[in-house]
Design a protein around this ligand. Sequence first.
Ligand code: ZN
Length: 225
Amino acid sequence: MRRDASPYTKNPGLQRINIALIAKYIRKNPGKFKTDKFTLLEIADRVLAQEIDMPRPAKLKAHMIFQMLLKPGSRIRKGVSTPCLEWRGAVRSGAPVLTTVNSMSGKRLIVDARKYILENPAKGKRRNFRSNPHSLCGNDLCVNPRHIEMRGMPHELKSGENHARAKYPDKLIRKMAHEYNAGATAKELAKKYRMVFTYVEQIMRKERRTEATEGMTIRGRFHDH
Ligand SMILES: [Zn+2]
């Protein structure tokens, strides 16, 4: 389609009208739009093709379609101060899910909608969590970002961390940090304690073993957090 052939060029207000129409169709029957099979934008494209017969408005973003799949909770649950936003898309194993496409590999993935919304805030930078979503309101279908906390580590990482802790106890990590503060380099410490150099560096940057060095100031960090 030629750019100037777009109906939105002739009538810019049509974008908003069509976005409202998409919202209406999705809200009417959210279960019909299978978020475990199609991405948010694919869902919008299906509505546009089947119901509206128009191309996708440039103003329509994935986070807007995410919002169309939510329903506000009727009461405020214990442990939170705002109403829940309940997911009306697909649910798998009791968790709200949606489909994404990895921009690098092109692979389709089904992800937890709670993690998705924390990683892709409507306003702000995209983030990456290696932890798992936990619902503070006790409502697993709630995707209100204020009700979700990322906790713990994926299992494969957890075992590695435990292993490292057993091998290098917190006491030793603190001892190393004191020596580092007194002038020893990460390279010297790695050699002395037979550790991987990058691991020592990460400890001194407070990127790893942070519970062990909590409350300690470590000199010459490469960047502060
Ligand atoms: Zn909630």
